[in-house]
Design a protein around this ligand. Structure first.
Ligand SMILES: C=CC1=C(C)c2cc3[nH]c(cc4nc(cc5[nH]c(cc1n2)c(C)c5CCC(=O)O)C(CCC(=O)O)=C4C)c(C)c3C=C
Ligand SMILES: [Fe+2]
Ligand SMILES: [Fe+2]
Length: 335
């Protein structure tokens, strides 16, 4: 008889998780991606009988063609990947090199698309990991992001006879290491501009207001990040404006919308702004295209003169120092 062993020497697995991206910038791949994403009940929490006919009858017949063009415009030709995947992969490779412990295995997964959370958890188990920490790279908790990543991780263990221990990283919206990383990143990017922005807009991904009304803490987390960032940068609610982008569908989303804020600024005679997206750990369609093209065009069209989009934390040194701090906290006591 062989006996199952639990060994303190078994490697610990650390899985960085971000949202996802299509496999290719074409209509078929974008449709597959959006079908997986938008049929997640954590993302669209309407009754299925109401939502599925809209999703399959309308959204998946119209949006993929439009979104595929946008993905095409931001696609990473060198790697054949969407930027969010490239940055998340780089974050995991750099984290592995920084921590350098032989008994820690770092990998990454995407909640929608590939590599999936289930396949990467299986791979960590195949490498002998009996303890796995999943680090959702969402600073602010939302049921639709952090909650959904946790669902996918636990679902991956559902049928296993021998499950690994599993931890899900805590949100870090008010962590000094996060606020420091953002401040360093913004200060450097701002110093490199060829103009002095009168206002910086801190644009977070939006969420349907109804999800907040049902108890999602996301908005409160965004506000806390924004307040701490104001303090850390010596700015105030007028010089660093809070806004929410990426509205989807007809329902009310959390306000103020980024498009309204830049319109209002231009209308008030503000000529030079910068926009930063503190809630995104990596640049993606929503930052490169929506902020860098759509929001820029809107501001210039309404009378603005200078616009800059500041990059996300991505795989910068300050980002890696932050991720290392978060990772070490989640695996504490395991190694
Ligand atoms: C009901 C729809 C959506 C909710 C709720 C939602 C929440 C949410 N999303 C992010 C982060 C990202 N979203 C991204 C893309 C994206 N988001 C939605 C819809 C909802 N998001 C759609 C339909 C798309 C796809 C693009 C499009 O067709 O417009 C991305 C970028 C992905 C990429 O491939 O580059 C990110 C990142 C957060 C943080 C969040 C809740 C707080
Ligand atoms: Fe989104
Ligand atoms: Fe968008």
């Amino acid at each position: 008889m062989t006996s199952a062993t639990i060994s303190r020497e078994a490697p610990v697995g650390l899985l960085l998780v971000n949202l996802g991206t299509p496999d290719a910038p074409d209509v078929a791949a974008v449709r597959r991606y959006l079908a997986e994403f938008l049929s997640d009940r954590r993302v669209v929490d309407l009754p299925r009988a109401l939502w599925l006919p809209i999703l399959y009858g309308v959204v998946l017949n119209t949006r993929p063609a439009r979104s595929a063009k946008l993905y095409e415009s931001i696609w990473n030709a060198d790697t054949g990947e969407g930027p969010l995947k490239t940055f998340t992969r780089l974050q995991s490779e750099k984290l592995q090199a920084r921590i350098g412990a032989s008994n820690l295995v770092v990998d990454y997964a995407l909640r929608y698309g590939a590599p999936s959370i289930a396949t990467r958890i299986e791979s960590l188990i195949a490498k002998g990991c009996e303890r796995i920490a999943v680090l959702p790279l969402y600073p602010q908790y939302a049921s639709s992001t952090t909650g959904s990543a946790a669902d996918a991780a636990f679902d991956a263990l559902r049928e296993m006879r021998k499950q690994p221990a599993l931890r899900i990283g805590a949100p870090y919206y008010d962590d000094p290491a996060y606020i420091d990383a953002l401040a360093t990143n913004i200060t450097r990017a701002r110093a490199a501009l060829d103009f002095e922005p009168e206002v910086i807009v801190a644009s977070f991904h939006g969420l349907p207001q109804a999800q907040i009304d049902r108890g999602d803490p996301y908005r409160a987390h965004c506000e806390a990040t924004w307040r701490l960032l104001c303090e850390r940068l010596g700015m105030n609610a007028q010089s660093l404006r809070l806004a929410f982008q990426s509205r989807f569908g007809r329902a009310r989303w959390i306000e103020p919308y980024t498009s309204d804020v830049v319109t209002e600024l231009a209308g008030a005679g503000v000529k030079r702004i910068a926009v930063v997206a503190p809630g995104f750990s990596a640049d993606c369609l929503e930052t490169i295209e929506e902020l860098g093209v759509e929001i820029r065009d809107l501001f210039l069209e309404k009378g603005g003169e200078k616009f800059a989009r500041l990059p996300c934390l991505n795989d910068s040194d300050e980002s890696m120092a932050l991720i290392e701090t978060l990772a070490k906290r989640e695996i504490a006591g395991w190694m």
